[in-house]
Design a binder for this molecule. Sequence first.
Ligand code: PMP
Length: 408
Amino acid sequence: VFAHLAQAPEDPILGVTVAFNKDPSPIKLNLGVGAYRTEEGKPLVLNVVRKAEQLLVNDRSRVKEYLPIVGLADFNKLSAKVIFGADSPAIQENRVTTVQCLSGTGSLRVGGEFLARNYHQRMIYIPQPTWGNHAKLFPLAGLSVKTYRYYDPPTRGLNFQGLLEDLSSAPSGAIVLLHACAHNPTGVDPTLEQWEQIRQLLRSKGLLPFFDSAYQGFASGSLDADAQPVRMFVADGGECLVAQSYAKNMGLYGERVGALSIVCKSADVAIRVESQLKLVIRPMYSNPPIHGASIVATILKDRNMFDEWTVELKAMADRIISMRQQLFEALRARGNPIEDHFRTPGNWSHIIKQIGMFTFTGLNSEQVAFMTREYHIYMTSDGRISMAGLSSKTVPHLADAMHAAVTG
Ligand code: PMP
C-alpha cells in the first residue's frame, strides 16, 4: 500500500550532516549543524549536567512514573524564572502558566496548536528568513503563515524599516514570531531601542508576540541580558507566549527538554489557559519525558549548580565569539580581493557583528557547493555557518575556502 510513495527530500539542515557523514575526507568540516563543539571538535556534556545526572542516579527514591500532562512542576516554575527573571511581577502575580514540552520545537508546536484552537486570529507572521522549521510546524498546528521583512542582504543587517512596515500592515490580533536573541539563521538582532519600537508597535496594534527562545545565554554569555527583549514585553503587562529550549544553553539537545510559557492578564485566566494546554498535549504525546527535565530542575534548584551552569554557559558563548574574531582576522589576512568582492560597509565585519551560534556569511549556494566540493566544508546552502563547529585549527581551512569561493 505504500509502494506509490516518492522518496521525501532530506531535511535541509539535518541533511547536511548526512552528506558530511558520507564524506571520507580527513579534512572534512561540518558547519551545518547547530550544536556546540569543543575546540577539539567534540560534542560537550557540561560538568554540571554530569553532576546532576549522578545525583539523580544515586537517589534511590526516584521512580519512573508518568509525569503529569504539563510536566515536572519544579522544572516549570524554575524555567519561568530563567526567562522572565526571578523577580518578575507576572510570576509573582501568578499570571504565567508554564508547561514542559519537547524542547523548543515541541513548545512552538503546542503553543501554535493552542492558539489555533483558542485564539481569534490564526495568522502568524514569521521573519524572512527564519529557522526553516517555523514555516513547516505552524501550518500543521493549524495557523496560517505570513512573513515579515527582517534581513537586509546589502548591509547584512536588519531591515528595520521593512519590519516596521510589514508588521504595521498586519491584521489586528495577528501573532508575531520573534527570535528572543541570536536570530537563526542571520545572527542579526534588533538593538534594545529597536526592540522598544517593535514592542510599541505590537502593543498599539494588538498583535500577539510569540517568542522563540532557543539561545538564551548563548548570544552574550548572560542569561539575563539575552532575555531582555522578552522581559520588556512582560513588563508592560500585556500577553505573550515564549517557547524555551535547553538544547543549546545546557547542551541537552537529545534530551528534548523545553518549556512553553503563556503570560496572561490575570491569575484566573492563566489557570484556564493551562487547562486548555492539557487538551492539546494529552492526545499528542500524553505527557513529557522525565529525565531531561529532572536534570534541569536539579541544576536550577541549587544555587551552586546554577552558578556553575552560568560559568560553563559563558565559556561556550565566549568561545563562539572568539571564533568570529579569528575568522574575521583570517579573512582580512587573505587580502583585498575579498574586501573588493563585498562592496558593503565593513566588508566581512558582519562576521563579528552578528550574534549567536551562526554567521550568515552572504555566500551564495554556488559558492557553498564549491566549498563542499573542493574543501569538504559542509553548511546549509543559504551560506549559514555554525561558529560553534569551528576551532582555531580549522579557521585557516575555512578562510582559504571562503577566499577561493569569492575570488575564484
Ligand atoms: N528555534 C530556533 C530558532 C532554533 O534554532 C532551534 C534549534 N535549531 C529551535 C527553535 C528548536 O530546537 P530544539 O527543538 O532542539 O530545542
